[in-house]
Design a protein. Sequence first.
Lengths: 177, 147
Amino acid sequence: MSPFGAARRSNHWVAPAVVLAFAALALAFAFGTRLDDAATFSQPGQHAAPGVAPRSIGFSLRESLALQYPLREPWLAPPHGAHIVRIALGIGETAALAIVALLLRRTAPRALAFGAAGVAAAALAAIALAARTLGSGDVYAYVAYARLGLRGSYAPTAMALPPAYAAVAHVWGSPGS
Amino acid sequence: MKLPFAIFALVAFPNRPLRERVAYAALVFALVLTLSYAFGGAPYLQAVLQRGMREHMQAFSLSQVLVFGIAAVAVLALLYALVTQRTVRGLSYAMIELGFSTPWSWYYAWGFPYAALDAWSIETMLVAFPLASALLDRSYAWGLRHF
């Protein structure tokens, strides 16, 4: 008889299995986050990424490392090996969630299983917030707007805006509009 | 630039008659357009259209064909769900291209409203989240030349 068949009659092992699966998920996520941090700090810089054009407002390697949370950007050439390992971890994490889904589908959910899910979710959030690097610089823009305040965020600028912001330049009467 | 994402409203009103669903969806679109015009004016609405046309229609390439093809499938899937209240399993993954651009990993969540209409779809989409997020991570983008 298959393990899932036995579970219907005696499912006392399902909840611990779910807890273990969530624990494995959290451990893999923590390792992946640390790997992202290591990849960010090991970026060689723009000279190592030929043919990759930086964004017009992109950070250089020196500028990125000077930030409180350095950025991992394609034009700074983060190691491809790290991404391969991240994908492998993703396969493992997906497998852990698949196991949880299968187990919970074949047996009535237990309070312990749901509790483990809640703890795992909180742990994942804490692990993410403890990361030392970022994969996108957008958060710095959001913080900047918050610090400028509502009036400052929408105050017209005296500098010419890139073409993509032609609508904003027209409304503000910015140079070049 | 987020105005086009009002299209997610198309699946927000299930279990109602078709006439009500269409009316509510139209109301959401009208509200979004009105507020966008009130805050940004005609130049904002024009910029949404012009920027999309300028950035994504500049040159014919395989990637552009894929992007527009997948986005078109996503739009048709949403319209189909609006009219029939049925989803096509697997098409929730096409929603990441509703931005008509190279997706960021968090765009994966755009498929959740559509997938939530079917228990199997949302379950598989959530289970696949870690792997999809790793595959879509643009910070490691291999050979990405511009974006």
